[in-house]
Write a protein that binds this ligand. Structure first.
Ligand code: UFG
Length: 324
């Protein structure tokens, strides 16, 4: 395979760092642009070129494009859906403006291949399950809107400027590297899996379960949890797709299986041998009862399917980080 120069924005972050390790093991040159606002230096692969900088800065971007870049993987973004409803301009500036800035720099430097970290949040409340790519896109939060706005702009920049893009819509990203290469714990996590792990290891005394009166098998919400190594493999396949087919792609990344909040808590207790203390409280605003992906299109287009996303593998990989 040809050795490529690949720019990874947010490559010190949770998902980006996993992909960087895989790209470097495949023999590619990886340049990481990360402002370390949430990313961690310990996640950086020693063979990557690290630039501490920001996608909102033309000056920082010009350093990142100093050498010819063949492909850009874009992870640098804010991702807390709840916060985005209180601080929309923060999300506009980093997610939408930052991405447009990056795309402009790519176009100026004749780089055409863009792999984009999108989200199931673009769909909003499910009108049917599993959610396929034809599902209406009506985000319920501003975060989801930023991802949709970027996808729309990618379509424009594809027709106006010849960009090839892959928009990968993650369902509930979780787990840690099964090979143990990434060990940096997310700071102040807001998602279920790291919160449950923090309770199991005693970083938190307890947690809240948001509602047990949903129309589900145990009354708690279910989600489609997808292991970060499965996300990483999809990114590599998507890059190869762009390079070979020179056309665009928008696909869901999930397993097609839903696990409830109580399933997750029970699995963490089993894997860690610790008790997870929780209180059931009222529903969290904006939570749909269940979300599951149809990942058929990702299989059809990329030959991708999840390999590490059973709950036991997910939480065993997290145990390696939280209880080393
Ligand atoms: N939950 C709790 N207690 C907590 C945290 C979460 O009960 O302390 C519950 C939530 O109510 C929900 C489930 O656990 O039912 C999962 O919640 P997360 O906050 O981990 O994830 P969401 O499903 O709300 O959202 C995540 C990402 C979004 C993305 C979406 C796609 O954060 O960006 O998955 O499926 F769009």
């Amino acid at each position: 395979m040809k050795k490529l120069n690949i720019l990874v924005t947010g490559g010190a972050g949770y998902i980006g760092s996993h992909i960087c390790h895989d790209l470097i093991e495949l023999g590619h040159n990886v340049i990481i642009l990360d402002n370390l606002s949430t990313g961690l230096e310990e996640n950086l692969h020693p063979d990557s070129v690290f630039i501490q900088g920001d996608v909102r800065s033309k000056f920082d971007l010009s350093k990142a494009f100093d050498k010819k870049v063949d492909v850009v993987f874009h992870f640098a973004a804010w991702k807390a859906a709840g916060e985005s409803m209180f601080e929309p301009f923060k999300y506009f500036e980093n997610n939408i403006f930052g991405t447009m800035n990056l795309l402009e720099e790519m176009i100026l430097n004749n780089c055409k291949n863009f792999v984009f970290s999108s989200s199931a949040a673009v769909y909003g409340s499910p009108e049917y399950l599993p959610i396929d790519e034809k599902h209406p896109k009506k985000p319920l939060n501003y975060y989801g809107y930023t991802k949709l706005a970027i996808e729309d702009n990618l379509e424009w920049m594809s027709s106006l400027k010849g960009i090839n893009y892959a928009a990968l819509r993650y369902f509930n990203a979780t787990g840690y590297d099964v090979k143990g290469r990434v060990t940096g714990k997310e700071k102040n996590p807001a998602n279920l899996s790291p919160i449950v792990m923090e309770v199991a290891v005693g970083v938190r005394e307890g947690m809240q379960v948001f509602g047990d009166d949903y129309d589900t098998k145990d009354g708690t919400c279910f989600r489609d949890y997808i292991h970060v190594n499965d996300l990483a493999s999809a990114h590599i396949l998507a890059m190869n797709y762009l390079l070979e087919k020179k056309s665009n792609l928008g696909v869901n990344l999930g397993t097609g299986t839903g696990w409830t909040v109580l399933d997750v808590i029970k699995e963490v207790e089993k894997v860690t041998g610790r008790n997870v203390k929780f209180d059931v409280v009222g529903r969290r605003e904006g939570d749909p009862a269940g979300l599951i992906a149809s990942a058929n299109l990702a299989y059809e287009k990329l030959g991708w399917s999840a390999k590490h996303s059973d709950l036991n593998t997910i939480f065993s990989s997290m145990k390696g980080v939280y209880l080393p």
